[in-house]
Design a protein around this ligand. Structure first.
Ligand code: KIV
Ligand code: ZN
Length: 516
């Protein structure tokens, strides 16, 4: 907060990357990945982290509980449907947080009311009972009328009043199907503040989906009308066209303070790190021209722009790359660099490591520096993002790979994997080295999963650049994404494939996955 910021203009940032974002098909994250993201969100000033949907599976429950234990600053919130069992499970998961919150919801629009087969009065009664129950467990309760933007106004006012009387402290207004437009989004919040008794005692939140590309505009419009919590995700990750992007609303308020005089508690210099982390973990790459975090967001290609930029940066730049944590590419180190230099470089890039973690990363850095003359910032980021791949606790681990490729077919691969601690080897052929290596994996770990996407990106320029590989796989309607980085594209490919298989194993353990 600066000296001129007013407390009533403070907008809370509620990040739901780990709940709504993870619901995006293929964005399933492992426990370790969720903890990594939550630690960063907690550190960068996110006010509320929606850590998951505890009743959905054992995995979700464990993730929410662990995040609740580790968070130092953020409120930790879990999602629950409108029934006692969901709410109790949610409370079990969040109760150890320094600041826990229960978020409970029910669909209130005509389209959603039909699903639980409740009439308007029965639904009102259910809302009263469930919010009261949640409030008896926890002082901090958020309630959402799902599909609020398509709910009849009179009914919406009625059920919000009930939720407030039952003890809800935040009322979230979701635009579940991304249907609303900015003017309507503002009018809706204004109408609720005017009409609902008790509206001045709670915080209104806005939760927008991006189906028509208006999620950022709708969220900011809601704030202009009095909402004081924005629900969003890093990179706008989320089902279908995604959610409001955290980086967009935060930077819009910062850059256009003149017309949007609201502020958040976000340390914007951590935005790029969060974006890269979420993109790697989810396997959803960020489009090059994406606002704030896209590769081209600060690139000035045309001669006129470059000339202007050299004379004065503000000719074409409305914000500085450093404001979002984008640093100039620089050669950082080589194989003679020491542990202290690595620690300090990683700290500059936003990674604070404990001694054991540094030891592990240093070994991997040395291996990389042996293979690659110059290690750039981007290489270190890829190295850090690869720490969860081929991890010691993974069921399947890559031990050894040797491929024979060239103009003479067939290309072949010899592969050794450790599966449940036992090593198995096989030789397979294929149409090219990656195909041969993937065939070898299939022989060692039989599965029905279908490869939906195989994507390779060079981390930096030059023929010795590391490749980051993403694969997306589908098995019985479950979609997972795996990724890895290595200077050897085939090694990165196999590790990414195995990473996806390990996630599928985790996903198989997920039992009920209720829709939200
Ligand atoms: O989009 C939505 O309606 C939701 C609710 C569960 C808040 O994500
Ligand atoms: Zn949503």
């Amino acid at each position: 907060m600066t000296a001129t910021d007013k407390p009533q203009d403070r907008v809370l940032i509620f990040d739901t990357t780990l709940r709504d974002g993870e619901q995006s098909p293929g964005a399933t994250m492992t426990l370790g990945e969720k903890l990594q993201i939550a630690t960063l969100l907690d550190d960068m000033g996110v006010d509320i982290i929606e850590a998951g949907f505890p009743i959905a599976s054992e995995g979700d429950f464990e993730a929410v509980s662990k995040i609740a234990e580790l968070a130092k600053n953020s409120v930790i919130c879990g999602l629950s449907r409108a029934n006692f069992k969901d709410i109790d499970r949610c409370w079990e998961a969040v109760k150890h947080a320094r600041q826990p919150r229960i978020h409970t919801f029910i669909g209130t629009s005509p389209q959603h009311r039909a699903i639980p087969n409740l009439d308007m009065d029965q639904m009102a009664e259910r809302i009263d009972e469930t919010v009261t129950h949640a409030r008896n467990l926890c002082d901090n309760v958020q309630w959402s009328p799902m599909d609020a933007t398509r709910t009849e106004h009179d009914y919406l006012c009625r059920v919000i009043e009930i939720a407030i009387k039952a003890g809800a402290t935040t009322i979230n207004i979701p635009d579940t199907v991304g249907y609303t437009a900015p003017g309507e989004s503002a009018d809706l919040i204004r109408m609720l503040i005017e009409r609902v008794p008790g509206a001045d005692e709670i915080i209104f939140a806005t939760h927008c989906h991006n189906d028509l590309g208006m999620a950022t505009a709708n969220a900011l419009a809601a704030v202009s009308a009095g909402a004081r919590q924005i629900e969003c995700t890093i990179n706008g990750l989320g089902e279908r066209a995604g959610n409001t992007a955290l980086e967009e609303v935060v930077m819009a308020m910062r850059v256009r303070k003149d017309i949007m005089p609201w502020h958040t508690g976000i340390d914007t210099t951590k935005i790029m790190q969060a974006s890269r982390l979420v993109s790697t973990v989810s396997g959803f790459s960020v489009q090059y021209n994406k606002a704030i975090v896209g590769k081209n967001a600060f690139a000035h290609e045309s001669g006129i722009h470059q000339d202007g930029m050299l004379k004065s940066a503000d000719t074409f730049e409305i914000m500085r790359p450093e404001d979002v944590g984008l640093t100039e590419t620089s050669i950082v180190m080589g194989k003679h660099s020491g542990r202290a230099a690595l620690r300090s470089k990683l700290e500059n890039l936003g990674y604070k490591l404990g001694d054991n973690q540094l030891k592990d990363v240093f070994v991997r850095f040395k291996e990389l520096a042996d293979r690659k003359k110059e290690v750039y910032d981007e290489d270190l980021v890829a190295l850090m993002q690869d720490t969860g791949t081929n991890a010691a606790n993974d069921t399947i681990q890559v031990r050894r790979l040797r491929v024979i490729c060239g103009t003479e077919a067939p290309q072949s691969a010899e592969l050794t994997l450790s599966v449940d601690g036992v090593e198995h080897s096989v030789e397979a052929t294929g149409d090219g080295p990656v195909d041969a290596a993937f065939n070898a994996v299939k022989q060692l770990v039989e599965h029905e999963a279908k490869l939906q996407l195989y994507q390779v990106h060079a981390v930096t320029e030059g023929t010795d650049a590391q490749a980051t590989v993403s694969v997306r796989m589908e098995e019985g309607g479950k979609i997972v994404t795996g990724q890895s980085a290595d200077t050897d594209t085939v090694v990165a490919s196999v590790k990414a494939y195995v990473n996806a298989l390990n996630k599928l194993l985790v996903r198989r353990l997920k039992t009920t996955a209720p829709a939200a």
